[in-house]
Every structure is written in structure tokens, then in C-alpha cells.
Design a protein around this ligand. Structure first.
Ligand code: SGN
Ligand code: CA
Length: 525
């Protein structure tokens, strides 16, 4: 375990100081503090790398891809520490695991806004700070000069925004476009003598994947491939068997797949009707007319259970893909604006999801599990001058690493209680982060929707150990090299007993390093 001094040096900036940035884009204080980068973070809700073309996804995301492909990087082993929205956002803001920042789950946690966050530290250092879009932390933002947030999950159509001091205003339009428009307007009106940090926080592509009217036809001619473990029967993985996120069994035909028919009410059809009631009448008519023939086909045809599951899967994939399109367009508009304004070389631009998501792998939608698809999150970065890494970064990283990265890029000392590691060495071309040989995970939201048991675990480059706990105990070990889709739990396989022992030691080491005392107790210490 590494020891940290109370304040880690704001290293790396000396390397940045070599470049001279135009004053319109960044500042140089009188006392010759180093030049500071602008930081622009575009985060979407539930966007997973299987649905980004830069990661080999089946859909087209040319603008998101550009961030990494023109002069930037794509992180291939970026993982969240708790795969669910509020907790993930709290980790990003604080650079700390959930048990340290206090926001462990969406349902009962309230973010203590008085605690240290990277926006507060940047603001105190003279940055203009702003956030627009999804927030989901159940208390009002602190540390931002400007904030306009969606209440809770927010709406796709005609969403409300809460603005300072605490005023809720309903706006006309589609959430993704409104969030992009507001972000560009804010950049236009910024104080050009100071650096900025802007968080653009999309609601899309969160469930229930409501496309923009002009995008309804997109992807309708595409038949998406079924993942090879689409019909997983969860043998040897009792926690997976208990989860309620199977496309066949738990995805709602009306609410999720838009296959609404009055004579076939579903568990969530009332909720879907309520969502439709928030649309303008003309839009709603087009929307309903578009999906009606599919609803008729679904309810009037004779289909086996498997055929129904596959039909729902195609509806799910197509609607999710449609909802990505305006996000990608918005990223393109932001890139164009930065280039026009001469900000491209002085601004780091990130695109990320708040976690990963299942696109039919294991038969699922949703996230929460420590399995690869949901623990991994997409992370692409356009790098400004002075940060020369290019291509794919393979090192294990976590979302708690972003806060210290931003602080270092701003020339702000990284407080010693931040648990993440700055990624700046990787952005300058280093292949490894000193001291990062494994990553730690802890998910808490249970009992709750989707019934994913509480669990914690540790992952290194090859193996993953998971302990599901609370009302039952299950241990799992995966050999990701032999079994990349995590179908075979080898925890009880004698051939892996030495690996189990080693990974259990690594788990204790991680829980000790991050001071997860509750988990240590559950783990027998
Ligand atoms: C809602 C969704 C869930 C989803 C959670 C958390 N149900 O409750 O499917 O897992 O959000 O998502 S819904 O019926 O309301 O659509 S998160 O991204 O905000 O963490
Ligand atoms: Ca999310």
C-alpha cells in the first residue's frame, strides 16, 4: 500500500508550462503559476462502449470517436467503482470510493455538498465552473459558478431544469439538444480571461430510450447481432440468476419497447402513458403512429418465448442507438465551437458514461454488477498541446482517478485524502500508473429495483474475485483470459485454489488501502 503525503504535489505542470497558451484560453497569474488547461467533460447516462464505434460498436458515433482518434486517447480498461448513477457521479466529483464520499446508492443517499470536490477546488483556484444536465445527487450543487440541473432522472421531452438558487423551469424541446445548446451558450458568454471547467451531463441514453422525433427512422434497417451469451442460464452464478434485468422476462413491452396496445396493459404501461403525456401533441401522434405497427405485430403474432425476447432485443438496440445520435451530434457541435474559438489546443475534452450497460450480454439490460460490461465505462479524451499520448490506453484505471487528474491539469495540489491516482502520467505517454496493479469495487443498492445483490470485489489484469453478501453469501472467481464473458465461476475449482488465495489477499489489501471497514468486517477481518 502506498503512503501519501497530506498534499501531493501538483506535479506535471512544469511539463505543461513549456507551452505558451493564448490568454483567451488559459491564464498565467502574475506570480508565474503555470498555465492551466480548460476542462470540458461530456458525460452521458448509461452510454456503454459496446455502442460507440471507436470501441468497435455496431453503431456510428463519428464525433465521439474523433475525440480519441484526431489527437487523443481511448481508455480500454477504465472501470467505475460502483456501477450506478448517483454513486458514480459522487466518485467523479470527490475522487473517493462510495464509503468515503457517503453516497453509496441512488435510493437512500443524499450527497453531502459541504465535502471537498474537484469543482470546489478548481473554483477556489480561479476557474469558472459550471454543470448543465443530469446531477442525481439529491442535494443542490456546490462549487459551481453556474448550474442548471435536471430534477432526478429528468425527462427526454420538454424537461424541467432546476437553476440557482432553487427555481424549477420547464423548457420546450428535447433534453439532449437543450443540454448541448445551453452548454455552447455558456461557453460563448464565459469570461475569456480565466480558464473554465464545464460538465455537460446528458440524460440520454437512460431507460426508457425515447428517441427524438426526427430520429425515429434511424437504425430500423439494422438487425443487431445477438451476444453469444444472450441465452445465459446463469449456471454456477446464483446472484446473476436472482437479478431482474432479463430482456425476455423483465423488459417491459410497452414502457421499454414502446409496444403499447390498449388491450394489452403491461406492468409499466401506465408509466409509459404518463411519459407520453409530457410530449407536445403533434410529436406524440407521430411517435405513437411510428410504433403502432410494431405493437400490432408483437401482440398479434404467434411467437415463441425466444422469438419474443429477440424481438424486444432488436427494439431495445434500435431505440438505444437512436438516442445516441443527438448526443454524438452535440459532441460534434461542441468540437466545432472549440475549434472556431481557438480553444482546441488548450482544452482537454472528455467523453464518458456514468457506467457501462448490458446490451443483451447475459440476456440483460441495466448495469450494477461487477461484471465487465457494466463495470467498464467508456472514456475517450481529446488531449490538448503538451499531452502527447495517442491511441489506446490499456492500464487499469477507475473513475476516482478523474478528480486528481483535473486538479493536476489545473495546477492545483491534490489533497492527500483523494483515493484516485492522477492519470496525467498516462496522458503524457507513460504505460503504467505507479502502484495501480488492481482495482476495487463495491455495489450497495439492494434490496432494490433489478435485485442485484450487494457485492464487492477486486480485479487485476487477468482475474476477478467477487463476494456477494447480505441475505446470502456467494463467492465468484473469473479467469478473464480464458473466460472473457464471465460464464464460468471457478471459485471452487481446485485448479484455481492458489489464485483464489492470492486474490483474497489482494481484496484485503484493497479494502485496507481504501479503508472500507464495513467490507473488511464482512470479509472476516
Ligand atoms: C430507474 C430505472 C432503472 C435504473 C435506475 C438507475 N427504472 O430507476 O432501470 O436501473 O433508474 O439508473 S425506470 O423504470 O425508472 O426507468 S441510474 O443510471 O440513474 O443509476
Ligand atoms: Ca446511469
Amino acid at each position: 500500500m502506498k503512503k501519501k503525503s497530506a498534499y501531493r504535489a501538483a506535479a506535471g505542470l512544469s511539463a505543461v508550462a513549456g507551452i505558451v497558451l493564448p490568454t483567451a484560453c488559459a491564464t498565467k497569474a502574475k506570480d508565474e503559476t503555470p498555465t492551466r488547461y480548460n476542462i470540458l467533460i461530456i458525460e452521458s447516462d448509461d452510454h456503454t462502449s459496446q455502442m460507440i464505434s471507436a470501441y468497435g460498436g455496431e453503431i456510428e458515433t463519428p464525433n465521439i470517436d474523433r475525440l480519441a482518434e484526431e489527437d487523443g486517447v481511448r481508455f480500454d480498461n477504465a472501470f467505475v467503482v460502483n456501477s450506478i448513477s448517483g454513486p458514480s457521479r459522487a466518485c467523479l466529483l470527490t475522487g473517493k470510493h462510495s464509503h468515503k464520499n457517503g453516497f453509496t446508492n441512488n435510493e437512500h443517499s443524499v450527497f453531502d455538498g459541504d465535502q471537498q470536490t474537484f469543482p470546489k477546488l478548481l473554483q477556489a483556484a480561479g476557474y469558472q465552473t459550471a454543470i448543465i444536465g443530469k446531477w442525481h445527487l439529491h442535494s443542490l450543487p456546490q462549487g459551481f459558478d453556474h448550474w442548471e440541473i435536471l430534477p432526478g432522472q429528468g425527462d427526454y421531452y420538454n424537461p424541467a431544469f432546476i437553476t440557482a438558487p432553487n427555481d424549477t423551469v420547464k423548457e420546450k424541446g428535447y433534453a439532449t439538444d437543450l443540454i448541448t445548446d445551453k452548454s455552447i451558450d455558456l461557453l460563448r458568454s464565459r469570461d475569456k480571461s480565466r480558464p473554465f471547467m464545464l460538465m455537460v451531463q446528458h440524460k440520454a441514453p437512460h431507460r426508457n430510450w425515447m428517441p427524438r422525433i426526427q430520429d425515429l427512422d434511424l437504425y430500423e434497417d439494422v438487425t443487431f447481432k445477438l451476444p453469444e451469451n444472450f441465452y445465459d442460464d446463469y449456471t454456477g452464478r446464483p446472484a446473476a440468476a436472482r437479478a431482474e434485468m432479463n430482456i425476455g422476462e423483465h423488459m417491459d413491452p410497452a414502457y421499454d419497447c414502446k409496444l403499447l396496445r390498449e388491450d394489452h396493459p403491461t406492468h409499466y404501461s401506465r408509466m409509459y402513458e404518463w411519459i407520453l403525456s409530457g410530449m407536445d401533441e403533434a410529436d406524440r401522434d407521430k411517435f405513437l403512429a411510428f410504433y403502432r405497427p410494431m405493437a400490432d405485430y408483437y401482440w398479434d403474432s404467434k411467437m415463441t418465448d425466444r422469438e419474443r425476447m429477440e424481438y424486444k432485443y432488436q427494439r431495445y438496440m434500435r431505440d438505444y442507438a437512436k438516442v445516441i445520435h443527438p448526443i454524438d451530434e452535440g459532441v460534434g457541435r461542441i468540437i466545432d465551437y472549440l475549434k472556431e474559438e481557438g480553444l482546441w489546443d488548450t482544452t482537454i475534452v472528455l467523453y464518458l458514461g456514468d457506467q457501462g450497460f448490458y446490451m443483451g450480454e447475459h440476456g440483460w439490460f441495466d448495469k450494477r454488477f461487477m461484471y465487465e460490461e457494466s463495470m467498464h465505462y467508456p472514456l475517450l479524451m481529446h488531449l490538448p498541446k503538451g499531452l502527447d499520448a495517442r491511441g489506446a490506453i490499456k492500464e487499469l484505471t477507475q473513475n476516482i482517478d478523474l478528480a486528481p487528474t483535473f486538479l493536476e491539469l489545473a495546477g492545483v495540489a491534490i489533497p492527500g485524502d483523494i483515493q484516485g491516482e492522477s492519470l496525467v502520467p498516462l496522458l503524457k505517454g507513460a504505460k503504467e500508473l505507479p502502484g495501480r496493479d488492481k482495482i476495487y469495487y463495491h455495489f450497495y443498492e439492494y434490496p432494490a429495483e433489478h435485485s442485484v445483490m450487494r457485492h464487492y470485489g477486486v480485479r487485476d489484469e487477468r482475474y476477478k474475485l467477487i463476494h456477494f453478501y447480505l441475505d446470502r453469501d456467494f463467492w465468484e472467481l473469473y479467469d478473464l483470459q480464458e473466460d472473457p464473458h464471465e460464464m464460468k465461476n471457478v471459485y471452487d475449482d481446485p485448479a484455481y485454489s492458489k489464485i483464489v488465495d492470492r486474490m483474497r489477499r489482494e481484496l484485503v489489501e484493497a479494502q485496507t488501502q481504501y479503508e472500507d471497514t464495513l467490507a473488511l468486517r464482512l470479509n472476516g477481518f
